[in-house]
Design a binder for this molecule. Structure first.
Ligand code: ATP
Length: 921
C-alpha cells in the first residue's frame, strides 16, 4: 500500500484534525473527530498541540463515560514520567536561503513552544483558505533546540542522562524522527568535527567505565536480554571475529584515504562513495578528541560490578533486517543474509543470529560503527544526496558482571539503543522505482510506529477499559523497539525538522506525529503476554465499572513463562478474548453507523448549502449576463443607426451633387423631384454625430472617381437621348401618311373596280370563246377557218392573263397600303409610349424588331401570302444585312418598297395548264 506523506504515522491530516487540540489516531476516535469537525462552524485560528493538555474526549468516550469512573490519563501521571520528545531545528543552508526557503514558517516561542505558520504555497495554507484547517499550529515539546545549538549542548541535554541510566542497569532508546534531509543522521552521527550523539555517548560511556571493564570475553548477550557463558573455543571465535572486523575496517579506511573510489554495497544497488568515508574519518577524529566531553567519573557505578560492553549494528531496509557487522561487501560479494526476528520465552522479540562484538574502548566501538556504516543503505534522493534509506539501530549492551560470583555471572543486562530512522517522504516525489519502494516501506513502518504510540497512549488514557491491541507486530521496526515501549526500558525521541518552506507540509505531519508521542507516559508495568493473559483471566466482568480493581491488580502483575498456564486457563483466556473481540466489533459497528449517520447528515447540510449558494450564484450570473447582453444590443443598435444615417446622408449628398453637376454641365434640367432618401433619417436619441474621421477619409478618396464615372454616364445618356429624339422625329415623319394617299387609294379602288368589271367581262368573253372554240373545233375538221380562231384564242388568253395580273397587283397593293398604314399607326402609338431617353430603342433587339416589323408580320401571314410580302421587303433586315456583309439599305417608305417590288417582280408565267394563277385576297 502506497502511503503518502500526508499522514505517514496514522496522524490525522489537517482537514481531519479540525479544531482538535490533541490528536487521536484510532479509527474510533477519527470518527469522533470527523463528527466534531463537521459540527464546528468555524475553526479556531490556531491548533494547539501540547503534551500538557488534557485531550478532549471523543464522542465514544463521551458516550461511554459513566459517573464515578476514575479516568487515568497523562494529566494525572505528572510530567516526570512523560516520554521525552526533543525538537531540533537545523539551520538553513546557503543554497536554501537563496532559493527563498526562509519564509518564517517555523517560530520558536520559548524553550518548549513552537509555532508553525503555513507558507503561502503550502497545502496547509490552501486547506486553511478553504476553511478546513488552521494555518497556524502550536506545538509543545520537552525542549526545543534551535539552529544554533551545538552538538555538545544537545548531547548534554538529551543523552548524557541516558548514558548514566544505562550504567545503572536500565535500558534506554533514543530515536530520531523527521522528514528526509532534516538532520537526523547529523544529530546521531555528526559531521566533521561536529560529532553526534552516538560517538559522544560512547566516549561518555567508556569514560565512566574507566577501570571497571570486564576484560574477559566469556559472557555474551543473547536473545532479548540474556547472557550466555562462552566456552574457550567460542571466546576464541569471538576474538577472531572482532579482530578481523577491526582489521578490515582499518584496511578499508586506509584504502579510502588513498583515493576516491566507489563500490556497491550489495543492497538495492546503493553505492557508497568516498564522501561518506571521509565523513566517518572526520567523525572518528572528533570521537577521540579528549576534551570533547566533560569528564565524569565512575562514582555512580554499583560497587564491585564490572562491565562488559557489546555492540551490534543492523538496519531495517524494505522491511528486511540486515546485519551491518557482517563481513564487508568487498570481501563477501554474495547478497547478505536476511536476519529473522524471534521471540524469547516471555514473548520478547530479538534479532536472531545478530552479530554482537565486544568492544573495550570508545575507539573500538566507533570503528565497529564505522564498519557497519559502510554496509548501510544510502542513496541520493532529490532532497538529500546522501539519504539514509533504512532505519539503522546501533545497540550497546552492557553486562553488569559480578566477578566474585562463580564463573563471573552477569546479574543484569542493560541496553542503550540509538535508532536513526529513515526520513519520511512523499512517495510521489521519487522518480526512481527503487526509491519509491523504499519510501513506501519507510512510510509504512513509520505509520505503524505512529499507530503503536497512539494505541499505547489510548491504553494509558483509558485504563478503565480493556486495552487496545498495540500493533507492534505490523512492522519490523516496531517489533524490535517493542520492549522500550512496554516498560522494559524508556524511550526518548528527537524530532528533527528543517525550516524550509517547501517541506512545510511534511514537517507539519512529523510534528503531529511527535505530538502523540509527547502524550505518552512511561508505563510502570511490564506487561508481557503472561501478564496480559493473567489480567484477562482475572477480569471479573467484561463491562465492569470497577476500574480500581484493575489498577490494584496491575501492581501484582508478574513476568513468567506462558507454560505456567494450564490448557483450561488458556482456553478461558481465549474465550475472554473472543468475547472482547465480539464486544469491540459490535461497539465499532454501532460507532461506525453513528459516524456514517453524522457524516451523512453533515454532508447533506453541506450539499444543500452548496446548492443554495450555487443557485444564488446562478441567479446573479444570469442577471449579470442579461444586463450585459442588453447593453450590447443597445450599443449595436446605436452603431447601426449611426452607420445607416451616415450612409443615407452621404447618398443624398451625392445625388444632390450629381444633379447640380448635370444641370450645370448639360444645361438640362431633369425637372424631376430629388429622389427621396431610401431611409428617413434615424433618430439617434440626441446622439447625432458627424461622419467619423475614417469614413470622411474614405469618402474623400472615392468621391472624385465616382463623380467622373457618373459624369461619363450622364454624357452617354444625353447623347443617347438626343439620338433617340432625332430618331423619333424621323419615325414620326415617316409615319405621317402622304397627302396624296387618299387620291391614290381612290384611284386604286376605281382601277380595281374597273379591273373586276373587265375581268368579269373577260370571263364572259372567255366562256363565250370557249363555247365558240368547242364549236369551232367541232367544225375544224370540216373547214380551214379553225386556224384563225386558234390565234384569236391565244391572243385572248394573253390579254386575259395581263388583266388578271394587273388585277392581282392592284388588290395586293391596296391591301398592303392598308396593312402598312395600320402598322404605322401602331408603331406610332408605341413610339408615343416609349420613355424619352429611349432606353428600349437603344437595345439592339428592339431596334431589330422595329426595323423588321414588316418581315415579322410577313412571317405571321398565311403561307400563300408570304412570298408576296417577302418580295415587298426583300432582305432588308439590319441583322441579315449585317450577316451578309451588305451595306445597310437606306430607310425607305413602304410605298417605295411596293414600287420597287413591282419593278423587280417577274412577269407571271403561265401555269402548266397554260392558265395564270390568281392569288386570292
Ligand atoms: N544542526 C545542523 N547544523 C548544521 N548542518 C546540519 C544540521 N543538521 C543537518 N545538517 C546538514 O543537513 C544535511 C542533511 O542532514 P542529514 O543527512 O542528517 O539529514 P537526514 O534527516 O538524516 O536525511 P535522510 O533521512 O535523508 O537520511 C546534511 O548536509 C547535514 O550536514
Amino acid at each position: 500500500m502506497a502511503l503518502s506523506m500526508a499522514s505517514p504515522c496514522g496522524v490525522l491530516s489537517d482537514e481531519e484534525e479540525g479544531g482538535m487540540a490533541v490528536f487521536e489516531s484510532t479509527a474510533a476516535d477519527i470518527g469522533g473527530l470527523v463528527g466534531q469537525r463537521l459540527n464546528e462552524v468555524t475553526l479556531p485560528e490556531i491548533s494547539i498541540i501540547s503534551p500538557g493538555l488534557e485531550p478532549r474526549p471523543s464522542i465514544r468516550e463521551k458516550a461511554l463515560a459513566k459517573p464515578g469512573v476514575i479516568r487515568q490519563g497523562s494529566g494525572g501521571e505528572g510530567n516526570t514520567d512523560k516520554v521525552k520528545v526533543f525538537l531540533r531545528i537545523r539551520p538553513l543552508t546557503e543554497g536554501e536561503k537563496e532559493r527563498g526557503e526562509e519564509q518564517g514558517s517555523v517560530c520558536v516561542q520559548n524553550e518548549e513552544s513552537l509555532m508553525l505558520k503555513a507558507p503561502k504555497d503550502s497545502q496547509n495554507m490552501k486547506s486553511a483558505e478553504r476553511g478546513v484547517a488552521q494555518s497556524m499550529h502550536k506545538f509543545s515539546f520537552s525542549q526545543i533546540f534551535g539552529p544554533e545549538t551545538k552538538q555538545q549542548d544537545f548531547f548534554e541535554s538529551t543523552m548524557k542522562e541516558m548514558v548514566r541510566d544505562v550504567l545503572r542497569g536500565e535500558s534506554r532508546l533514543l530515536y530520531t524522527y523527521g522528514v528526509t534531509n532534516s538532520g537526523k543522521t547529523y544529530t546521531i552521527q555528526g559531521v566533521g568535527r561536529e560529532a553526534g550523539l552516538l560517538p559522544r555517548a560512547l566516549v561518555s560511556l567508556f569514560r565512566k567505565l574507566q577501570g571497571r571493564l570486564y576484560g574477559a570475553m566469556d559472557l555474551k548477550p543473547v536473545l532479548y536480554q540474556e547472557v550466555r557463558q562462552l566456552d574457550a573455543g567460542e571466546v576464541r571465535a569471538e576474538e577472531i571475529r572482532r579482530d578481523s572486523l577491526l582489521k578490515d575496517e582499518d584496511g578499508m579506511t586506509s584504502r579510502m584515504r588513498g583515493g576516491t573510489s566507489t563500490w556497491d554495497s550489495g543492497i538495492g544497488g546503493h553505492s557508497i562513495t568516498s564522501h561518506i568515508a571521509t565523513q566517518l574519518e572526520d567523525s572518528d577524529s572528533v570521537c577521540l578528541e579528549p576534551d570533547s566531553l566533560s569528564h565524569s567519573g565512575g562514582e555512580e557505578l554499583e560497587e564491585g560490578v564490572q562491565f562488559s560492553v557489546w555492540v551490534s549494528f543492523y538496519e531495517i531496509y524494505n522491511e528486511f533486517l540486515y546485519d551491518l557487522l557482517e563481513a564487508p561487501p568487498c570481501l563477501q560479494p554474495k547478497k547478505r543474509a536476511i536476519l529473522r526476528l524471534s521471540d524469547d520465552k516471555q514473548g520478547n522479540p530479538y534479532v536472531k543470529d545478530l552479530t554482537w562484538v565486544q568492544v573495550r574502548s570508545a575507539v573500538e566501538a566507533w570503528r565497529v560503527l564505522r564498519a557497519g556504516r559502510r554496509n548501510q543503505s544510502f542513496a541520493s534522493t532529490h532532497l538529500n544526496h546522501n539519504s539514509s534509506r533504512s532505519h539503522s539501530i546501533f545497540s550497546t549492551r552492557i553486562l553488569h558482571v559480578h566477578p566474585e560470583a562463580d564463573q563471573g555471572q552477569a546479574t543484569r543486562v542493560s541496553e542503550l539503543s540509538v535508532c536513526d530512522l529513515a526520513g519520511s517522504e512523499r512517495c510521489k516525489d521519487q522518480r526512481n522505482e527503487e526509491r519509491m519502494k523504499e519510501a513506501n516501506n519507510i512510510n509504512t513502518s513509520l505509520h505503524t510506529l505512529g499507530r503503536c504510540i497512539a494505541a499505547l497512549r489510548h491504553n494509558q488514557n483509558n485504563k478503565s477499559r480493556p486495552p487496545q491491541v498495540v500493533p507492534f507486530r505490523d512492522s519490523k521496526l516496531t517489533r524490535v523497539l517493542q520492549g522500550f515501549f512496554c516498560g522494559r526500558g524508556r524511550s526518548s525521541m528527537v524530532v528533527n525538522i528543517n525550516p524550509c518552506a517547501s517541506t512545510y507540509d511534511e514537517t507539519l505531519q512529523a510534528l503531529k506525529f511527535s505530538a502523540i508521542a509527547t502524550q505518552l507516559v512511561h508505563g510502570p508495568s511490564t506487561k508481557t503476554r503472561v501478564a496480559y493473559i493473567l489480567s484477562l483471566l482475572r477480569e471479573p466482568q467484561p463491562h465492569s465499572n470497577d476500574s480500581t480493581l484493575i489498577e490494584e491488580d496491575e501492581d501484582s502483575d508478574e513476568d513468567g513463562d506462558i507454560t505456567m498456564f494450564d490448557s483450561d486457563a488458556l482456553l478461558r483466556a481465549i474465550e475472554v478474548l473472543k468475547r472482547e473481540v465480539q464486544r469491540q466489533r459490535e461497539e465499532k459497528e454501532v460507532l461506525e453507523a453513528t459516524i456514517r449517520e453524522q457524516v451523512f447528515s453533515e454532508m447533506m447540510e453541506v450539499i444543500s448549502g452548496m446548492e443554495k449558494d450555487f443557485s444564488q450564484t446562478l441567479e446573479t450570473e444570469k442577471a449579470l449576463m442579461e444586463e450585459r447582453f442588453e447593453d450590447k444590443i443597445n450599443n449595436l443598435q446605436k452603431s447601426l443607426k449611426r452607420y445607416y444615417n451616415q450612409e443615407i446622408e452621404e447618398r443624398d449628398e451625392q445625388i444632390e451633387a450629381l444633379t447640380a453637376a448635370l444641370e450645370k454641365k448639360g444645361g438640362v434640367s431633369l425637372a424631376e423631384p430629388a429622389p427621396l432618401p431610401l431611409f428617413p433619417p434615424l433618430a439617434l436619441g440626441g446622439e447625432a454625430e458627424g461622419p467619423t474621421p475614417r469614413r470622411s477619409q474614405r469618402l474623400a478618396s472615392t468621391t472624385t472617381g465616382e463623380l467622373c464615372r457618373v459624369r461619363a454616364e450622364l454624357d452617354q445618356c444625353r447623347t443617347e437621348l438626343l439620338e433617340k429624339t432625332q430618331e423619333l422625329r424621323r419615325v414620326q415623319g415617316q409615319l405621317t401618311p402622304p397627302e396624296h394617299s387618299d387620291a391614290l387609294t381612290n384611284a386604286a379602288d376605281r382601277k380595281l373596280g374597273e379591273g373586276q368589271r373587265n375581268l368579269r367581262q373577260l370571263r364572259l368573253d372567255l366562256q363565250r370563246l370557249g363555247l365558240n372554240l368547242q364549236s369551232g373545233e367541232r367544225a375544224c375538221c370540216r373547214n380551214t377557218g379553225g386556224e384563225r380562231l386558234r390565234h384569236a384564242l391565244t391572243a385572248a388568253d394573253h390579254t386575259l392573263a395581263k388583266q388578271d395580273q394587273t388585277l392581282v397587283e392592284l388588290q395586293n397593293g391596296l391591301l398592303l397600303v392598308k396593312a402598312d398604314l395600320r402598322r404605322k399607326a401602331e408603331t406610332l402609338a408605341q413610339m408615343g409610349q416609349m420613355p424619352p431617353c429611349g432606353s428600349a430603342s437603344a437595345t439592339p433587339g428592339s431596334c431589330q424588331k422595329r426595323g423588321c416589323g414588316a418581315a415579322g408580320n410577313a412571317e405571321n401571314q398565311p403561307p400563300e401570302k408570304r412570298h408576296f410580302f417577302r418580295s415587298l421587303f426583300p432582305q432588308h433586315t439590319p441583322s441579315r444585312s449585317r450577316q451578309q456583309g451588305r451595306p445597310r439599305e437606306p430607310q425607305t417608305t413602304p410605298y417605295s418598297r411596293i414600287l420597287r417590288s413591282r419593278q423587280q417582280s417577274p412577269p407571271p408565267s403561265p401555269g402548266p395548264s397554260g392558265r395564270y394563277r390568281v392569288t386570292k385576297c
